[in-house]
Design a protein around this ligand. Structure first.
Ligand code: DX5
Ligand code: ZN
Length: 230
């Protein structure tokens, strides 16, 4: 994985057809997705359950690019190795998931993956200050994690600006997760985000038999985000 700050669109397969993950991953990549975002939920840290490392390993051969695994689970440390073995390029854990986030980040890098840290809407940007040398990505939750299709929380834009200032020239991605669409994408791009996760806004109206819609949706988000620099 090489680092850059270009806008990257990361469709979340939380909004894909769960009976067709392999084909869905291939379809979104063929339609212009930069990363594939994989939402792991445990019914404990968040009030919803999705899937685990076995599913990640099963879809890995269907993804050519970056597999971006977002762990909404607690505890997280006992499962890091399994997600790394499943082929995750990026493993993101929540700072709210346990008392030892520094140890968690060490474990992610030791397992050979890029280390991401996710912040819930109620968690301040300054949380990452002591961790800047430990992270490759910070994920700003712009909804309360657990479900796709929720409304973007506008107060998080200021947090993105603060993170961008804290990060400076360090090679750390700023990822936005929740409620990203062509209306909200330019707001976060302008604030300094480079990875835009989008579930419902990418998958709506399309299917593996009608994948061009995914392409149109991805293009619309990318164009809106890039438009802020035009
Ligand atoms: C929320 C997940 C998100 C979610 C985004 O807990 O982490 O990745 O799928 O979905 P949309 O884009 O529909 O808000
Ligand atoms: Zn996510």
């Amino acid at each position: 994985m090489t680092f850059d700050r270009k806008i990257k669109i990361a469709p979340s397969i939380l909004s894909a057809d769960f009976a067709n993950f392999g084909a869905e991953c291939e379809a979104i990549e063929a339609q212009g997705a930069d990363w594939v975002h994989v939402d792991v939920m445990d019914g404990h840290f968040v009030p919803n359950i999705t899937f685990g490392p076995a599913t990640c390993a099963a879809i890995r051969p269907h993804i050519k690019g970056v597999m971006d695994v977002h762990l909404m689970i607690a505890p997280v440390d006992p499962y890091i190795e399994a997600f790394a073995k499943a082929g995750a390029d990026v493993i993101t854990a929540h700072v709210e998931a346990g008392p030892h986030v520094h140890r968690t980040l060490q474990a992610i890098r030791a397992a050979g993956a890029k280390a991401g840290i996710a912040l819930n809407p109620g968690t301040p940007a300054s949380t990452i200050e002591p961790l800047l040398d430990m992270i490759d990505l910070v994920c700003v939750m712009t909804v309360n994690p657990g479900f796709g299709g929720q409304k973007f929380i506008h107060s998080q834009i200021e947090k993105v600006e603060q993170l961008r200032a804290l990060i400076g020239e360090r090679p750390i991605h700023i990822e936005i997760d929740g409620g990203v669409d062509p209306t909200t994408a330019p707001l976060v791009a302008k604030a300094g985000a480079d990875v835009l996760v989008a579930g419902s806004a990418v998958f709506k109206g399309g299917s593996v038999t009608n994948p061009n819609v995914y392409g149109d949706n991805i293009k619309a988000i990318r164009a809106a985000a890039q438009g802020v620099w035009a």
